[in-house]
Structures are given as C-alpha cells and as structure tokens.
Design a protein around this ligand. Structure first.
Ligand code: TRP
Length: 335
C-alpha cells in the first residue's frame, strides 16, 4: 500500500519504434482505467531490452518515444509514476540479492527463456537467463499488490511471488506478495495477427502486415487490414472456423466500443471488401488522436524530461526504502 491505495506496477520494453494496437487495447487502455483507483507505477524496461543486442542511439530514442506513447495513450504523469528502469539503481542492486534466492532450475524452466534462447541461439547471455529476477526486483521494490501483464508474462510474476515468499520465509515479512492481474478478457486482449489469426498480434510477427502499430500512418493501417487473411465464404459472421473474420470483428468492436453482435448486424449482407474498408477506417480513426498527442509530446522534449526526472525521483524514494530494509535483513553493514 502507498497511502491508502493498493500498488500496481507494470512496464513495457522499449524494444520497438511503436507499441502495437494489441498493446494499446490489451494493456495501456486498461492501465488508464486503473490510474485513479490504485497507486500506479509504469516503467520503461530499458534494462530488460539489453538481453537482446540493441543499437544504443536507437534504444535511447525508443525509450523517450515509448514515454511519449504512454502519455499519448492516456497515462497521466500527474496521477501515475512514469519512470525509466535504469534511472533507479535499486533495480540492479536488488536483482543481485534476489539472484542468491533463486534457483538455476527455476530460471531454466521459464518458457520465455527457452523460446528466446532458441530464437537468439548466438547470444544466450546470462541476462537472458536472469531476466525474470530483474523483473521480480522491479515488482518487489515497490511492494506491488498487482501486476497487470499479458498471459506470456504470468509465469514471471509467479516466480516473483515464489522468490518473495522464500525471502520472507527466511527474513520475515519484507515483501508484499504480488498477484498477476490478467486484464478482464475484453475484446482488446484477444487481438490476433492479421496474417495468422490463430496467433497473437505481435510486433515480432514474421509478416509485417500481421501487426498494426499505433504509429502506423492511416493509409498503412487501411492497407494492412485490406490484406488481412479471411476465408472464402464471403459472409461477415462471428463463429468458429472464421478466425480471420472473427479477428476483424473483434478489432472493430474494440476500437469503436461497440459489441461484436452489433458489428455483425452492421455488416450483414456486406462483402469483405466493404467490411475491411470500414474496419480500416475505424482503426485509423482510433489512432488519430493518439498520434496527434504523440507528435505534440515529441516536440516537447523538456516536458518529457521533466516527467521522467520526476518519475525517477518518486520511484527512487519508494525503491530505496525497500532496498534498505532488504540490505539490513541480509546482514549488510549500513553505510
Ligand atoms: N517483461 C515484461 C515484458 O516484456 C516487461 C517488464 C519488465 C515488466 N519488468 C516488469 C512487466 C515488471 C511487469 C512488471 O512484457
């Protein structure tokens, strides 16, 4: 708890130029809804991105850009603590200590580690392996009660719980035990690739037309949706076996706030051409205010700087408090 509010912490890695429509509808949009009820900290997980080789100037630019995207998506810096992970040294310090409370076997079992070491077989570095411990430190430093994540990160939050419980078992109640918070299965969290509607929409989609980025120009969005995989039935209906059409209906419903049923009746009797054009327009319409806000923010570098400096200060104070407690518990001599 901070004050009388439960604490939420989450983060996104600045590893791409733009968040995806899936990130926006499935994550950020939900975060915005939580901002008044909880004390929320949202991090730019720049330290995590180093587990895969990055181009330094690009990482720097992407980190600032992601901050602007957080704010453009509706996260109010007055209400939330928005900060850059590497600005709070406590994350690295606590990671070391927690490493000594984590078993090799636990880390080896992480599905993301297994996947990523296959995908980056030439660079299976210790950071890739240790990634979940850094993530546990992120969470535990702020005594987070809830961690909103996609299902792909649930295993990492569960490991953070195990580490916290183990540490508390040895040293007494130091850490709050965090809960993964999987957003209610609203339309937004179920968005699939436009090219392979059985797979999640992801920025690492092998086909660049599979994924809509929030910073895609309108004509690109419209084109991607026009090319989306459907089926040969030429009937706009939501039912099993129509993954492509189901996905477009889901996207349409999510960006317009309509129900899928209403969307289906709206397109009754229409061909896929008209349907796709309407979905494309609706998505472009949803991106417009986001992109406008984003451009204004990117032209106000001083403002962005004031946001992350202020965020680092507030986050640093909370993190430092936990870290000092931990250091005392493990037996370090206070300076
Ligand atoms: N690993 C998360 C991802 O790639 C990002 C992340 C880092 C995170 N630290 C976190 C998410 C702490 C929640 C809490 O999506």
């Amino acid at each position: 708890m901070i004050g009388d509010k439960k604490v939420i912490l989450s983060g996104i890695q600045p590893s791409g130029d733009s968040i995806t429509l899936g990130n926006y509808l499935g994550a950020l949009n939900n975060w915005v809804k939580l901002q008044s009820e909880y004390r929320c900290l949202y991090m730019l997980a720049d330290m995590h991105t180093l587990t895969v080789r990055q181009e330094p100037s690009q990482l720097r630019a992407r980190t600032l850009s992601l901050l602007a995207q957080y704010i453009a998506a509706g996260l109010n810096p007055q209400e939330n603590i928005l900060f850059i992970q590497s600005h709070v040294p406590a994350h690295a310090e606590l990671t070391w200590i927690l490493n000594c409370y984590t078993q090799m076997g636990e880390l080896g079992r992480m599905t993301q580690f297994k996947d990523k070491s296959k995908r980056h077989a030439d660079n299976i570095n210790a950071g890739l392996y240790d990634y979940p411990v850094l993530m546990a430190a992120d969470i535990l430093l702020y005594q987070a009660d809830m961690v909103p994540v996609g299902t792909d990160q649930k295993q990492h939050v569960e490991l953070a719980r195990d580490i916290a419980q183990r540490f508390n078992g040895v040293h007494g109640d130091v850490f709050t035990i965090p809960e993964p918070y999987i957003a209610p299965p609203s339309a937004g969290s179920k968005i699939k690739s436009l090219q392979d509607p059985t797979a999640k929409m992801s920025k690492s989609d092998p086909n660049p037309n599979g994924c809509i980025f929030m910073l895609d120009p309108p004509e690109v969005v419209i084109k991607k949706i026009k090319r989306a995989v459907t089926d040969s039935e030429a009937e706009v209906a939501y039912r099993e076996g129509k993954d492509g059409v189901n996905n477009l209906l889901t996207i349409y419903a999510a960006v317009t706030g309509k129900s899928v049923e209403d969307a289906v009746s709206e397109f009754a009797g229409k061909g896929y051409g008209d349907f796709k054009a309407a979905v494309g327009e609706a998505v472009a319409e949803c991106l417009r205010p986001f992109q406008l806000n984003y451009r204004t923010l990117m032209n106000s570098k001083d403002y962005l700087e004031s946001v992350y400096k202020d965020g680092a200060e507030q986050a640093g104070r909370i993190a430092e408090r936990t870290l000092n407690k931990v250091k005392k518990k493990v037996g370090f001599v206070p300076r």
